[in-house]
Design a protein around this ligand. Sequence first.
Ligand code: FES
Ligand SMILES: [Fe+2]
Length: 458
Amino acid sequence: MNIYDPQPTMKPGEARCPGPSTRELILSDGWDVPPELIAESYQYLGDEDIPFERYISQDFFKLEMEKLWPRVWQWACREEHIPEVGDYYTYDVGYHSILVVRSAEDEVKAFYNSCLHRGTQLRPSDSTGSVQHFRCPFHGWTWNLDGSLKEIPCRWDFPKVTDEEFKLPEVKVGRWGGFIFINMDENAMPLEEYLGPLVQHFANWPLDQRYTTMHVQKILPANWKAAQEAFVEAYHSLETHWQAMPISANLNAQYDVFSERVTRFLHTFGYPDPSWTKPQTEQEILEQMRLMPEGAKVPDGMRARAFAAEYLRGKLGAERGIDLSKCSDSEMLDSIEYHLFPNMFLFPGIALPMIYRFRPNGMDVDSAIFDLLFLQPLAPGEERPEAPEPYKVDVGTSYADAPGIDAWLGHVYDQDTNNLEMQQKGFKAGKKRAQTLGNYQEIRLRRIHKTLDLYLNA
Ligand code: FES
Ligand SMILES: [Fe+2]
């Protein structure tokens, strides 16, 4: 049997790629790994086609603005974006704009970014900075960092204004893993409940002990859902990342649905894809992995993957002053990707330590803002350095141009996002007005749409 054969005797969702599973590969490394890493949790969720309208319709987009974004927890920034009292960060999604501020040493508050006089934004969209208070640029109404009213020029003219009623309206704030989340819904469930299984999984990989080393931002020419869905499956690798198949096992990736809001995929690096049948030596694998200095030789009887992971444990451990001796080959090397509904991706691995966020670009249904961050572990006792400014990559420019990004990885991101413009246009051009998904490999995409419906239909 090969990857092109159907498996007609299986129930829908039961078929798997021929060859070893990701779990078997990870166990064959011989490391003790956290039980969460090798947990499997697939659910068959039906096989109805998903209409293209969901990606191109202004009405659908408007519905998301009204019923999705104001009611979900979404991360606005990292703690290291606002380290000092008075530091603020504006987070925008569509027409929503939220002002996040460190109002006291260990207190973060968030407010609607709109003046209570005549509505002007208190701070511009997409801005960060440090203030002693929020003073509206139009007539100078001013609020303290905790949202209490400080002063109103010519207050004699506003007898109806009371301090109590003219506090800045607050938005809920939640903090987890070094991230600051906001939720505009006054009745929102607590963040911890929303995160659900993510909390237990990431107890193994505490992201509050990491800091942002790189932040790249790019506008992508597709609806925010299509943009993120380019990253929720490894099925596209065979066609899109053809160069990686000798060293990256994609078609046997593992897909998990842990809750309505948390899904994961997991695939190994340093093992060939099941579709790659050409024989190759461990030395040839090592050279294509491009992780080690030229001339490195895999010792007899050792796998390239184990050798590369061992090298990185020593190198990164020494560079950063951290102990990676207990970190398994999988946690060192693999693509371990969690998704938190609606738009956050978290990679707990060491060599691939990314965070993604996808959101609408203003009110344009056809484009999205993609934030790509790298989070590296802090040495014990080390304070988080301030976060770098986002480096903005123009549409049509390679991610490899961003300073500090590995060129090979940059080109992989180019491959991922180069299809998007054609997909967004194809949504509008098709006679068949819906997409047909793989039961297993595209289950995360289906889960996202089902959860989206829970919000839109509520
Ligand atoms: S609109 Fe803000 S002070 Fe007038
Ligand atoms: Fe990809």
